[in-house]
Design a binder for this molecule. Sequence first.
Ligand code: ADP
Ligand code: F6P
Length: 323
Amino acid sequence: MKCLAVLTSGGDAPGMNAAIRSVVRVGIDKGWQVMGVRHGYTGLITNDVISLGARDVSGIIQQGGTMLGSARCPEFKTEDGRLKALRVLNEHKIEGLVIIGGGGSQTGAHALSQMGFPVIGVASTIDNDLYGSDVTIGVDTALNIALEAIDRLKVTALSHERAFLIEVMGRDCGYLALMAGIAGGTEAIVIPEVETDPEALADELRSAYQRGQAHALVVVAEGAKYNAAALAEYFKKHCKRLGFDLRVTTLGHVQRGGAPSAYDRLLATRLSADAVERLTRGEHGVLVGFVKGEIKATPLAEVVANKKLLDLHLLELARMLAK
Ligand code: ADP
Ligand code: F6P
């Protein structure tokens, strides 16, 4: 019986478990024996590989995180590390590998593919910054968690007539901040893609106060040049009067936990099933993603060579809405 393996890599994302379940069950249906690699590329190097049957993935579809564990593995960035991984794959007679993860993980997938091993990527990261998929597994859940926090903070901000800087995740990409800001109806949005002048932001807060707004919320992406802590520090040092009393809330890893939304479970299930079907047909070296409403495969070479751009018209829309 031919053997395929699955791993989850990089930052965990709600829906990864649904993706693993789909790989295992569709894989079995297509006649594969399925193995799971624990802790991402680390498990490939250290030979942490387990056998996965249909019952091993029971009861996980509604759980956040990843039953296989995930990791950042600097050693896999070296050729030596990848050669160790290849030896483990060969030792287990694995003939195909499904890699569920974000941009870094898919760069690793491409590197392994270039060494001749059949890999297929599945687009998964809460940052939604991966070329080759309009939407990635986990971002819908993370966005809804951020939104719930914004709605709650708005309540207390209103009671005390305060301004809040709310920092959301997004290492290099402002997608979560932009969407959370629009859907949460915040006064301003700070993202890495557009340089924000803290003086101009202070002016915006002052004028919101002067026109009688009872609160002001600013969503800040962690990867912005001025993150929430830096902005608060700047305001403290340089801006005597904002009008509002200021508080800072950093959401951090809270956005990665929790049960995956229906959207993320379905996306994870469909992308992963498609990945297994492609491997079964002998296709590999591609990332499976969701593009213009359809499941689509993009060569990994193209994925790693391109950067997904944020639609900055939406920032202008957010500006017009914040009156
Ligand atoms: P994500 O996949 O969520 O973007 P990372 O950027 O941390 O997360 O990448 C996850 C892992 O992918 C890294 O720890 C490393 O093992 C692997 N990886 C990242 N970049 C490369 C690279 N250039 N070559 C090989 N492997 C890589
Ligand atoms: O890539 C997903 C992400 O959650 C980023 O938004 C964030 O910058 C990073 O991972 C945090 O990484 P770690 O979990 O290693 O602290």
